[in-house]
Design a protein around this ligand. Structure first.
Ligand code: ADP
Ligand code: MG
Length: 600
């Protein structure tokens, strides 16, 4: 098959879309209209669920909010005086619908997004059902009969009445939202959204405000649904509660998951497949089974289970593989951009970190007991000790991942115990994780760029409109510089998940360096590295030290530690059992006893 460029494939698709209503019979235009409307909602779910990892069964209720707001405002003859001004105009009703939906979404988001695991989907089911019954039980919006006589839309003085005219409106709206979502995902904010799925811990340590970000994507998905509902109401010209119930909310989720929950085009594909399949099954199944009923739901359920087992990523990746697309980048050049402003580094020898009497209990287990240590600018402090000694726990206490049971931590002259991981990161501490926390399907470059999150400021709106390209270029250039610094430039555009474990650890260091820290916490960075790679890592750490960075290092490899560290602190059973120069510690009988089990 001939390979086509990505742009070529897109242009061909747009040409087909544009010509569609001119060539197709009315029936198909109607079908495509509904596919477009559903795809708008599914697109929101791609962002919320597919990318952000927050499952919602309740999107249909937001569609209902958009539809009912305009239905009511454009038909009611006895609007309360404060609303009378906006009465009759679908466009003002859209604006008001968006504001109302945002308000409801903020409230529901604040109540449910903090729920973890299965409680969030359950929460969305609860409000999905509540809003549905609200629509059905409010007299002023017609109860279960709904509202009829919704006016046609006027666009530049022309009535958008026919299915064909509506087609262009729906698909223009959809494509604009696809474009915006695509832009958003390819940005600083988009990287942070994608980082949510791997749990909030890494993202927070890189300075991402995950709670706020979750609310933002929840809001975006709700607003998309509202737009779809508004279009639906004016296409259909009447509304009742049926299309806004939980069952439909589940179908929207099917669309996003089956189409390919992590790609914007998956929303279109999923909406198309589910809508056509539903139409077909609704025709076929009652005939086959000899009785009427919503049998298609059962079939969807089975498909969903099969997809989750066989093709987690949905149909889009499978389809994309069928069309061999020329990637076109071949030898891609590293991004260039003006360097970002840097932090004022403390002078060498300045006390950066002071841990005083840090204690951490897990139930009866004392993982850290009255630990003391200090790190100065321009020195490498190694924290060593046998497995389970409490080294990683110390890291978590220092970096704000876990709260202290007792004690004090001072960083850059101020207490940081009790502060969030994000606030501590902002003060200039950056870390790597013993169990690497990368986003395996994102490129090495993008993974590193997450570390530079705090050094940018542009949020979702400029990102969606691509108005942040200058800042984005600088962030990516910084990521590229740090990748080159750690020696991963050959892998810059590869998926992080395809790297060897040792290289993934190095990538974690590049990500940490992107934050421009003055204190670097590295948890077993040399594990899994080959000899030469270890030497390269040691060289890198020496260079960082020479620049005045403070480095706190947990490491098992004694040769590595002894050749590099300025001072060593030894832990056993949560206690500090020795501290000193590498050669002193190596001779300390207590250390030999603990660390080497008394042999030698
Ligand atoms: P190290 O990194 O030195 O190998 P850790 O800090 O990971 O040791 O663990 C120290 C001790 O604390 C171990 O006994 C471990 O099982 C325990 N521990 C660590 N994290 C937790 C936790 N979240 N809950 C309960 N126990 C923990
Ligand atoms: Mg550990």
């Amino acid at each position: 098959m001939m390979a086509v460029s990505q742009r070529g494939a897109l242009l061909a698709f747009l040409a087909l879309l544009g010509a569609g209503p001119l060539l197709l019979p009315e029936f198909y235009v109607t079908l495509l209209n509904y596919i477009g409307l559903y795809a708008i909602v599914a697109l929101g779910l791609v962002l919320l669920t597919g990318v952000g990892g927050l499952t919602s069964f309740g999107q249909a209720a937001f569609v209902g909010l958009g539809a009912y707001t305009t239905a009511y405002l454009t038909t009611a003859t006895d609007l309360p005086s404060w609303l009378a001004l906006v009465g009759g105009s679908p466009w003002l009703a859209l604006a008001l619908g968006l504001v109302g939906t945002a308000a409801v979404a903020l409230l529901l988001g604040a109540l449910t997004l903090r729920l973890s695991g299965h409680y969030l989907p359950l929460g969305t089911i609860a409000w999905g059902i509540s809003l549905y019954f609200l629509f059905g039980n409010l007299e002023f919006i017609g109860g279960h009969t709904g509202i009829t006589g919704i006016p046609a839309l006027q666009l530049a003085g022309v009535e958008v009445k026919s299915g064909r005219a509506f087609y262009y409106l729906i698909w223009t709206a959809l494509l604009a939202l696809v474009w915006a979502t695509h832009n958003l995902l390819d940005s600083r904010a988009g990287r942070a959204i994608r980082a949510l799925k791997g749990g909030s811990l890494m993202a927070e340590a890189m300075g991402v405000d995950t709670a706020r970000l979750k609310i933002e994507i929840f809001l975006i998905a709700a607003l998309f649904a509202c737009v779809s509902g508004w279009l639906y109401a004016h296409l259909q010209r009447f509304v009742n509660p049926t299309p806004f119930g939980l069952g439909v909310g589940i179908e929207y989720l099917f669309m996003a998951v089956i189409g390919g929950a992590a790609s914007v085009w998956g929303a279109l594909l999923g909406a198309g497949v589910i809508t056509v399949l539903k139409q077909w099954l609704q025709d076929l199944l009652p005939k086959l089974l000899g009785s009427s009923g919503n049998f298609e739901t059962i079939v969807f359920g089975v498909i969903m289970v099969l997809m989750l087992q066989r093709a987690r990523d949905g149909l889009w990746p499978l389809l994309a593989r069928l069309v061999p697309v020329k990637s076109g980048d071949g030898q891609r050049a590293a991004p260039q951009g003006e360097p970002l402003p840097r932090r004022q580094m403390p002078e060498a020898g300045t006390l950066l970190l002071e841990v005083k009497g840090a204690t951490k209990r897990f139930g009866g287990l004392v993982a850290c007991n009255e630990m003391q240590l200090t790190v100065r600018a321009g020195e490498v402090l190694a924290l060593i000790g046998p497995n389970g000694a409490g080294k990683s726990t110390m890291f978590n206490l220092i970096s704000g991942v876990a709260p202290l049971t007792a004690g004090e931590i001072v960083f850059m002259g101020g207490r940081i115990d009790g502060m969030s991981a994000r606030a501590i990161a902002q003060r200039g501490m950056s870390r790597s994780f013993q169990h690497v926390r990368l986003l395996p399907t994102m490129s090495v470059l993008e993974n590193a760029a997450i570390g530079a999150h705090m050094r940018g400021s542009k949020g979702v709106v400029p990102a969606a409109l691509h108005l942040e390209r200058v800042e984005e270029g600088r962030l990516l250039a910084e990521a590229a510089r740090q990748i080159e610094r750690v020696g991963l430039e050959k892998q810059m555009f590869e998926q992080a998940g395809s790297l060897a474990l040792g290289q993934q650890r190095i990538l974690e260091i590049a990500r940490a360096l992107c934050a421009d820290p003055c204190l670097l916490l590295l948890d077993e960075p040399a594990a899994g590295l080959r000899y030469l790679e270890k030497q390269a890592l040691a060289d890198l750490l020496r260079r960082l030290r020479a620049e005045g960075m403070g480095i706190l290092l947990v490491e098992h490899d004694m040769d590595f530690v002894m050749g590099l560290a300025d001072r060593v602190v030894v832990m056993e059973f949560g206690q500090r059992i020795a501290e000193g120069l590498p050669e002193e510690v190596q001779r300390d009988p207590a250390v030999l006893e603990a660390y080497l089990g008394g042999v030698e």
